[in-house]
Design a protein around this ligand. Structure first.
Ligand SMILES: [Zn+2]
Length: 381
């Protein structure tokens, strides 16, 4: 049987000498002088230490012919106020409640919640081995800005700081609520991510259950600690900082990187350098640094193809059930669905049915692309 020839996955990241933009040189972390090992191939499995599963990399496929659906990438051209928008200041929502004429961030209970304390708790037991239990809690909407046509990337950094502070406030408030064991904060940005309204906003789920990813991270952290005596995420940070090829940006207390085991092309973790279990444990400087770095990453993503970059954003934080979680490391995870302009990553049958993601690109290449982008939003140049 003939083994297939290995092909280079994509262009390897440019060396420092190959970069021509003085503005990008100023923010590029130093890269190793030797050619990175991933440049030799692009077909491999990488261990995802937080989910404890293998991710299959097949990066040579990125440039394969594609005749399927293409994603529209043009900007929407919205005005800054929409009288029909249920999130704009002063407008009346479906519940007949009226939004305040808010100036900054604005939070309200979701009018059509997917999780509610009104959910039935007297459930009929299923047959045989099946199990059920109540799913209760509450959901909130957090508007980032009164302006209808801005994304988080287009806000001032000070406004993103306000968003981060509100994430802290809501985690604290909802985490203390009886019957709540988890506060999950997320944003679906872009129509291809299921965003129903372009007004810049995210959502908050306070639930009586803990999400599977958090449970998986916890179990992996506990197993790693039992084996090594160390915090798993600190070892991930140490490996990323030592290698440096996947670092997108960093400041005094935060680091943003495309993880070694990234399942999506532009998957990015933004994490504090100090281990904390919840966003509420970040001090004032760390919260500001988190907002600053998140904003920079979102600007770089938008600048990649000069378009509002769609993404799923999720705050990964430990349960809020009264227990201490010293091994859990809070971070923000971004899962953008696009792998190229107008091309989305589809999760295929062998990934859903088989249980292992297949990545179309190499994280080192994607991180280098992001480092080479400007930190000034393309709409402001
Ligand atoms: Zn609006």
């Amino acid at each position: 049987m003939t083994r297939p020839h290995r092909r280079r996955p994509e262009a390897c990241p440019p060396t420092l000498h190959e970069r021509t933009s003085p503005s990008s040189l100023a923010v590029v972390p130093s890269l190793p002088m030797k050619p990175p090992s991933y440049c030799a191939g692009g077909w491999e499995q990488r261990w995802h230490p937080l989910l404890r599963e293998w991710v299959v990399f097949s990066a040579h496929r990125q440039n394969r012919p594609w005749t399927g659906e293409q994603v529209a990438t043009s900007a929407s051209g919205q005005s800054d106020y929409d009288p029909e928008c249920y999130l704009c200041p002063g407008n009346t929502r479906v519940s007949a409640l009226k939004n305040q004429n808010y100036q900054g961030v604005y939070v309200f209970d979701n009018d059509r919640p997917s999780i509610s304390f009104d959910a039935p708790t007297d459930l009929s037991p299923p047959t045989g081995l099946y199990r059920n239990k109540p799913a209760t809690g509450l959901t909130r909407v957090l508007c980032y800005s009164p302006l209808h046509n801005l994304t988080m990337a287009e806000l001032d950094t000070a406004q993103v700081v306000d968003v981060v502070r509100e994430w802290q406030n809501q985690t604290r408030l909802l985490g203390e609520m009886p019957g709540i064991t988890s506060v999950t904060i997320f944003e679906n940005k872009g129509e291809i991510c299921g965003m129903s309204n372009p007004h810049p906003h995210g959502q908050i789920y306070a639930t009586n259950f803990v999400y599977k990813t958090v449970e998986s991270h916890l179990q992996a952290a506990e197993e790693h600690h039992a084996q090594t005596g160390r915090i798993l995420f600190q070892d991930i940070l140490a490996a990323e900082l030592e290698d440096a090829t996947r670092i997108v940006a960093q400041n005094d207390t935060m680091v943003a990187f495309v993880p070694y085991f990234a399942r999506f092309s532009y998957e990015i973790y933004i994490a504090p350098k100090r281990s904390v279990a919840h966003i509420t444990a970040l001090n004032e400087q760390e919260a500001t640094d988190l907002a600053t770095l998140l904003h920079e990453v979102l600007v770089r993503l938008d600048n990649l193809w000069s378009m509002p970059f769609p993404y799923l954003l999720m705050l990964q934080q430990a349960p809020l059930d009264g227990a201490e979680y010293p091994l859990f490391h809070f971070h923000i995870a971004l899962y953008p669905p696009l792998r190229a302009p107008e091309l989305r990553k589809y999760v295929a049958a062998h990934e859903i049915g088989g249980g292992n993601f297949l990545a179309d690109t190499m994280p080192e290449v994607k991180a280098a692309e992001l480092r080479a982008t400007s930190t000034t939003h393309y709409t402001q140049r």
